[in-house]
Design a protein. Structure first.
Length: 241
């Protein structure tokens, strides 16, 4: 039986999905996590997943009691069929189509389909993902229309009533930091800074005020700008965002 108080979070080990995990733990009674190994060049995120979950258990006992199973699915076939800067050792750049070459065609569609299949088996109602239109990186599978269409298809195809949750869809990176602060205060913001990796290069050795990363790739630049804007936002304004 599927309970309305259960959720499965697509947890990559990066900032956005870590914030979504906290969001889900704040709302639902049982929360499981799922990650995907598609031979991404930033596979350091997969190690960050484990350390972040451990940190949640240490610093947030109430959330730890709700946090259930974690699994990582082997989707190496996605890496085999994609020609992306996230799966190949090539320079990050724009393509003729206008999309960045970090786009992995079908990635979020595949991820959500596999996540829904696991949620079906586990009896989990809400499937939570950190896709976002506001900080749109040119990825068409991050759009609200894509997620809504996929929710319809998954529910029809599995005769279910999944809810695809996108808590970050209409907020920018600064507001994502603010959301983390509202959910878990400085402790959660620091945990995200220290134990998540959003860098396309998977650089875990270079540290910055906003966390670890190369500091040069588009993902690092977006995270850094967002953190700076978050710092400059008065605490009173953060609470109303």
């Amino acid at each position: 039986m599927t309970s309305n108080q259960t959720a499965l979070v697509l947890f990559s080990g990066g900032q956005d999905s870590a914030t979504c995990l906290a969001w889900a733990l704040d709302r639902f009674e049982r929360v499981e996590t799922i990650g995907f190994d598609y031979r991404q060049r930033h596979r350091a995120e997969l190690d960050a997943r484990v350390k972040f979950r451990e940190g949640l258990g240490e610093r947030f006992p109430k959330w730890a009691a709700k946090l259930g199973e974690d699994r990582v699915l082997d989707l190496s076939v996605l890496g085999q069929i994609s020609d992306s800067a996230l799966t190949r050792d090539v320079e990050i750049s724009a393509t003729v189509s206008g999309l960045p070459n970090t786009f992995v065609p079908g990635r979020n569609i595949v991820f959500l389909t596999f996540a829904a299949a696991v949620a079906y088996r586990r009896g989990l109602k809400h499937v939570v993902t950190g896709v976002c239109e506001t900080d749109f990186s040119g990825y068409p599978d991050c759009r609200d229309d894509t997620i809504k269409a996929l929710q319809v298809a998954l529910n029809l195809g599995m005769e279910s009533r999944f809810v695809l949750e996108t808590p970050l869809m209409w907020i920018d990176k600064a507001q994502t930091w603010s959301l983390a602060a509202r959910l878990g205060g400085t402790a959660l913001v620091d945990l995200i800074k220290d134990r998540t990796v959003t860098c396309y290069e998977g650089d875990i050795l270079t540290s910055h005020e906003w966390g670890r990363g190369c500091g040069v790739c588009p993902a690092c630049a977006l995270r850094a700008r967002g953190f700076q804007a978050f710092k400059e936002t008065p605490a009173s304004a953060r609470a109303t965002e």
